[in-house]
Design a protein around this ligand. Structure first.
Ligand SMILES: Cc1cc2nc3c(=O)[nH]c(=O)nc-3n(C[C@H](O)[C@H](O)[C@H](O)COP(=O)(O)O)c2cc1C
Length: 186
């Protein structure tokens, strides 16, 4: 079983990276294969609407996206952890989502392999309620549209500086609980 985590913050010691490391540690202990990528440090251009994915069956832009999509297809659990920037996930994460257009054929049938589950975690300075819609947005497009099987969602607030999340027991418990649910333990 494989877990793939994409981290949307450029801060390697930041809160969303810490959330991802907690998830990865959990699944490693459970015997899963795991991989993490700082996508904000990768080359993921915006979709250029060339529609060539319709004919070629995959995105033709030669950057880091096609390899990541292959890794998603190989994984059982797909994780995005991201900060909130101006009320939304950062631009690299949005570029990644837009490029998932290449997952669809002409009749908008998703080519995602069945049964994949997701975990979406956002971290903001403002209280969690202020941006809880963003994890719903991710669920809507990955589950309802791209046809991932299901999603666990956690909006974390009141975290600004790197290290803030590390002492937030309640939020860490939420992460652990979501991991257990995804692993079928709870
Ligand atoms: C460019 C930028 C925009 C931000 N916009 C918001 C925002 O709209 N709302 C908010 O609550 N926090 C905002 N923040 C704060 C971050 O969401 C917060 O510091 C978060 O913990 C960063 O996550 P990280 O440690 O994983 O990088 C912003 C930070 C940056 C750098």
């Amino acid at each position: 079983m494989k877990v793939l985590s994409l981290m949307g913050s450029p801060r390697k010691e930041g809160n969303s990276a810490f959330a991802s490391s907690r998830v990865i540690e959990f699944f490693k202990k459970e015997g899963y294969e795991t991989e993490e990528f700082y996508i904000s440090n990768m080359k993921i251009a915006g979709c250029i609407a060339c529609e060539k994915c319709r004919k070629e069956g995959r995105c033709v832009i030669k950057d880091d996206f096609p390899g990541l999509l292959d890794k998603i297809q190989e994984s059982d659990i797909f994780v995005i952890t991201a900060p909130i920037y101006f009320g939304r996930v950062p631009g690299t994460v949005k570029n990644f989502i837009d490029r998932c257009y290449s997952l669809f054929d002409d009749s908008y049938k998703s080519k995602i392999k069945p049964g994949k589950r997701c975990l979406f975690i956002t971290v903001s300075h403002a209280p969690a309620e202020a941006f809880s819609e963003e994890v719903n947005y991710l669920e809507k497009w990955f589950v309802d549209f791209m046809k991932f099987k299901s999603a666990e969602k956690i909006a974390i607030g009141k975290c600004a500086a790197p290290g803030d999340l590390e002492v937030r027991k309640e939020d860490l418990n939420k992460i652990d609980k979501a991991c257990k649910k995804l692993a079928g333990i709870e």
